[in-house]
Design a protein. Structure first.
Length: 186
């Protein structure tokens, strides 16, 4: 698959087949993440592959934390914070969850976070290229410290997670803004 084709075909996958993903493919994804550009070549990322019971514990932590959050009726109506339950279900059903960490460092926070985003995008594009599905998960932000503690990474910041597996759905591309809406020439 050519790069542009992978970019055009990449989708956020929320349903996975119950098929194990070979270790070699997961290592391939992380190798592609490793090759991402990073601010000042800091390469601030660290990836933890999570399967089975621990993956389910992470989802349960997210659900428990969600119960304790005070969500206003207005936010519920806007669905601003209601995705945690759906995300926890996806995490439990996906064969693989990749937790993405970076060091705590106020001086490098923006650059390191942007760099991690590039590495995550490389994973998602390579997954598409390999015939896998992926979902870039933000909802871990609500329980990032609890998840980090569970997996022994209290000294790192959990930036995001990525579910990976063989896709069991074929979603259409979601609406995209037109080029003229986002591109300006000066």
């Amino acid at each position: 698959m050519q790069l542009k084709e992978a970019i055009e075909n990449r989708r956020s996958i929320r349903k996975y087949k119950d098929i194990e993903v070979p270790k070699e493919l997961i290592e391939d994804l992380i190798e592609c993440a490793r090759l991402a550009p990073s601010a000042k070549n800091r390469q601030p990322w660290e990836f933890l592959i999570v399967k089975s019971n621990t993956k389910n514990e992470i989802a349960d932590i997210m659900l428990e934390k969600e119960k304790g959050r005070n969500i206003s009726l207005e936010n519920k109506l806007l669905n601003a914070n209601s995705s945690v339950k759906a995300t926890a279900k996806i995490i439990k059903e996906a064969p693989i969850l990749i937790l993405v960490f970076k060091p705590y460092n106020d001086n490098w926070n923006t650059g390191d976070t942007l760099s991690v985003g590039g590495a995550i995008e490389n994973i998602c594009l390579r997954a598409t290229d390999l015939g896998l599905g992926s979902l870039w998960i933000r909802d871990t932000v609500y329980s990032q410290k609890e998840i980090a503690k569970l997996v022994g990474y209290e000294n790192k910041e959990l930036i995001s997670a990525i579910s990976v597996g063989y896709t069991d759905e074929t979603p259409k591309q979601r609406p995209r803004k037109k080029l003229e809406e986002i591109l300006k020439w000066y």
